[in-house]
Ligand binder design. Sequence first.
Ligand code: 5RP
Length: 261
Amino acid sequence: MSWGLRNRLDRVLPGLPNGTGSVMFAIDHGYFMGPTSGLENPRETIVPLLPHADSLMLSRGILQNSIPKRTNIPIVLRVSSGNSILNEDLSNEKLCVSIEDAIRLNVSAVAFSIYIGGAYEHQTIVEFSKLVNDAHSFGIPVLAVTAVGKDMNRDLRYLSLASRIAVELGADIVKTYYCEGFSDLIAACPVPVVIAGGKKVPELDALKFARNAISDGAAGVDMGRNIFQSDSPENMIQAVRSVVVQGVDPKEAYEQYKSSL
Ligand code: 5RP
């Protein structure tokens, strides 16, 4: 691994060298969902949370329009798109941001969705592989957002299949969901794995699966809705941070979350 790639990877996941978890804050949802609940005014929601996140995963437009230019937070830029929630099949994505623009935006990593078992599996795999060629030639790490076909369960069988394929294609970070038997997914996936939060669930439940993922070997969380759709996004990101980075028990972190409401 080149110096630049290693250095950027450690900036995105600063817990890696110490063996602790990292908190990536995912706010890219609008690229196909539009003004998602909780992110209607991106700047207002995101800026107060920046001091509590290790890195930020987002689209080019929100980076340019809603994030202060004088921030030091490492950026993971979503570079695939091609869908909106108005279409039934969400897997028809292609590379939509050039590596030159990603470099101009001073990003620390790029993120691309592959849809394993989806109608556009082949297209997303080929586009992803070409992105790895380009990004690696500039020392930029690539995060694979692994999605499985819409008729497939988000269980160990399919999530592990998608995660391993992402590694084989050259991913530097794999993003997946937490599932039963997660430690087997980690064992088959020799790059750092981060988990998405998925749809909003009660805060304690989100803190518990974040803790379980770290205990089973995840490098961190790349969580969105369970933070920005919480009653208090600022308290919630701090609670997630104490569980994932400091190893605080989820119940204790939840008590802290409630007491500061
Ligand atoms: C969408 C994404 C999101 O970033 C991802 O789903 C994380 O957000 P959440 O925790 O809300 O699931 O990659 O394709």
